[in-house]
Write a protein that binds this ligand. Structure first.
Ligand code: BJW
Length: 220
């Protein structure tokens, strides 16, 4: 299972590339970069601080809950690889979740690369509590950086019988390439998205509509 911003849209979390997208008129490819952070760290911190605060006000939706129910039935056979940095899968009850683009509630030290929970006292941006030297940045994967958990994801793609992609535009690699990898290793492939994604032709089957309706209907 691969999920993207579209699965959280009905919870009220903005997507990246839809009309009312997250970066308010900026192309995400221009701003979600380490270079943008180097240039304007305070602006970037403010942006993620606001998203972290907004996350406290939203709840998982029917699509997140349906995937949690699926895990209850399939256990270790089910793996959710999410590009999302929110924690809505976990709050719905999923436990087998890999956050390939990092997590909003985690901090990354720019020096020692240690990851630690993002706590409220980090609002003042103190140095890393472990090395005491370098600054903490949001623990998210920007363009040009290597996504997390690639080895485990590759292993899962190799073994998958079924690959389902939910709420992602298919515009960002390596996630956009997972469907072709899974298909080449023998998996059935299904897209569940509001509209045809950029990679829709690579899927054996596609259903289009809101995730809050499509995912529960597919799961039941
Ligand atoms: C609904 C819905 C509803 C709405 N119901 N659906 C040239 C060619 C190929 C690749 C490259 C290239 N040049 C550079 C690259 C690589 C680059 C890349 O892909 N660039 C593209 C622009 C081409 N990728 C990278 O740099 C990545 N790293 C990398 O490749 O490292 C090399 C490497 C890889 C592997 C092994 C070893 C080495 C890193 C990419 C990092 C992306 N980071 C971001 C920001 C994360 C932090 C944050 O959240 O702020 O991740 S960018 C942003 O895009 C975010 C998302 O996770 C990601 C994907 O977006 P997503 O989830 O698809 O959202 P949207 O908005 O695009 O789409 C939403 C969809 O939902 C739409 O289709 C809607 O219709 C739908 N929808 N409502 C159902 N209710």
């Amino acid at each position: 299972m691969l999920t993207g911003a579209g699965i959280s849209a009905e919870s009220g979390v903005p997507t990246f590339r839809d009309a009312d997208g997250l970066w308010e008129g900026h192309r995400v490819e221009d701003v979600a970069t380490p270079e943008a952070y180097d240039l304007k760290p305070t602006t970037v911190h403010r942006f993620y601080d606001a998203r972290r605060a907004a996350l406290l006000l939203v709840e998982p939706n029917q699509a997140h809950h349906a995937l949690a129910r699926l895990e209850e039935s399939f256990g270790e056979q089910l793996l959710v690889v999410t590009q999302n940095i929110d924690d809505l899968h976990e709050r719905a009850g999923s436990s087998r979740v890999l956050h390939m683009h990092g997590e909003l509630n985690s901090a990354l030290c720019r020096g020692c690369r240690q990851r630690s929970p993002w706590t409220s006292d980090l609002v003042d941006h103190p140095p890393c509590p472990r090395c005491g030297v370098s600054e903490l940045r949001p623990d998210v994967v920007w363009f040009g950086e290597i996504p997390y958990e690639m080895e485990r994801i590759h292993h899962a793609l190799l073994r998958a019988d079924l690959f389902v992609s939910i709420g992602t535009s298919g515009a960002v690699y390596p996630a956009a390439g997972f469907v072709q990898a899974a298909a080449s290793y023998g998996a059935r492939t299904l897209e569940l998205n509001l509209q045809p994604s950029e990679g829709t032709d690579f899927f054996a089957e596609a259903r289009h509509g809101p995730a809050g309706e499509l995912v529960p209907a597919w799961v039941e």
